[in-house]
Ligand binder design. Structure first.
Ligand code: FAD
Length: 352
């Protein structure tokens, strides 16, 4: 357990999706510095994880940008606010103190003492979808790897890749095309049926690699496994044609993507309605004072799960949090076009 002193912060943003990032910006305009935590290794939430290359058409004044471009623009926009990111860690506990501030801890032991907290957790933490076969978890991290895991060399190994999207097909092709020294003994791509959500061009490349014998595709599901001396040796398959077979397996790579889990948020004393946090529509505050919820994670009458709605919620929540952070300072709305104070904060003042 990390015994280090907690990081003191005026604001903690949980979730670095588009709404969490814009929350940082609005807090920054009010001179509220913040730390940001996300369970993923990079900012962007659903935009980065689920549709990085798909076009978005309903961001005001941006006729079209991809999910990845939106995140890049938000990161550029918030750079002057100098947020400090704590990635690849999930916020696991959040407990209010008597003075209203919060003790917060993450899965990697980082601790915060935060005066205000903004839950921008979207549909929850993204976790890799695991292979569920009785007892196979003993090989996790040794011979069985999932989305996001660092993997060992596959040279000389019988490798099986499970999956059917671009990430799975590209991973199988990369292994099949490896240089002589790094080449696996065999590469098998496995999916329960011969149909893929990967881009058609990727599927064509996969089929071409199968045609020349560099890669093998099997339409099957793993229903069992075998081992010798605690080393995984093969998978038992239920084939699409109803037969069963055995597949030599030294390295099993499960690329079934990520699935969102609301996770520990449910334990933080907030009121939930269908797994979403109930907030008011003036401050976007939960029933716990100083604890705000913005973006896809919240609910209120008329809620729409759209990025533009999340941006509004983040703006309102930032203004509502300011009196908690600066109790003696009146909160004023200022324009970024004309305010010299805001120009200094944004680093665009002539003397900046
Ligand atoms: P998210 O983007 O879900 O980000 C939440 C982040 O919080 C995640 O990174 C997660 O890892 C993190 N997190 C959660 N819990 C924890 C925890 N305990 N500790 C640490 N981190 C945590 N919207 C539009 O407006 N226009 C569109 O065209 C559009 N297209 C879409 C297309 C697709 C395919 C999908 C799936 C969605 C689309 N959306 C669109 C919806 C839009 O992506 C969401 O409304 C938006 O991502 C919500 O942003 P958010 O920041 O609230 O949450």
């Amino acid at each position: 357990m990390d015994a280090a002193a907690p990081i003191h912060t005026d604001a903690l943003v949980i979730g670095a999706g588009p709404v969490g990032l814009f929350q940082v910006f609005q807090l920054g305009l009010l001179e509220i510095a913040c730390h940001v935590v996300d369970s993923l290794p990079a900012p962007g939430g659903q935009c980065t994880e689920l549709y990085p290359d798909k076009p978005i058409y309903d961001i005001p004044a941006v006729p079209m940008c991809t999910g990845r471009e939106l995140v890049e623009r938000l990161l550029t926009q918030i750079a002057p606010m100098r947020p400090r990111f704590h990635l690849s860690q999930q916020v696991s506990t959040l407990e209010p103190r008597d003075d209203g501030s919060f003790d917060v801890t993450t899965s990697t032991g980082t601790r915060f003492l935060a005066r205000t907290v903004f839950i921008a957790g979207g549909v929850g933490s993204f976790q890799p979808r695991h292979l569920k076969l009785d007892g196979i978890d003993r090989f996790f991290g040794r011979q069985v790897f999932h989305t996001g895991d660092a993997r060992p060399s596959a040279a000389g190994q019988h490798v099986v890749v499970l999956g059917e999207d671009d990430a799975a097909l590209e991973a199988a092709l990369l292994l099949a095309d490896a240089e002589q020294a790094a080449r696996p003994a065999s590469v098998t791509l496995m999916h329960r049926r011969d149909a893929f959500t990967a881009a058609p061009s990727t599927v064509d490349r996969m089929r071409a690699a199968c045609a020349v014998g560099r890669l093998r595709f099997v339409a099957a599901q793993a229903i069992g496994w075998g081992a010798t001396d605690d080393t995984l040796t093969h998978l038992t398959l239920a084939n699409a044609d109803g037969s069963t077979s055995s597949l030599p397996t030294d390295l099993l790579i499960v690329l079934w993507g990520l699935s969102p889990k609301l996770g520990p948020i449910a334990d933080w004393g907030v009121q939930l309605e269908r797994k979403q946090i109930v907030v008011d529509t003036q401050k976007f505050e939960t029933r716990v004072p100083r604890l705000f919820a913005v973006g896809d994670v919240n609910t209120y009458p008329g809620k729409k799960k759209l990025i533009v709605c999340g941006f509004h919620e983040a703006t309102m929540a930032a203004y509502a949090a300011a009196p908690y952070v600066f109790p003696d300072r009146p909160v004023q709305v200022q324009y970024t076009t004309t305010s010299t104070r805001l120009h200094r904060l944004l680093g665009v003042a002539p003397d900046a």
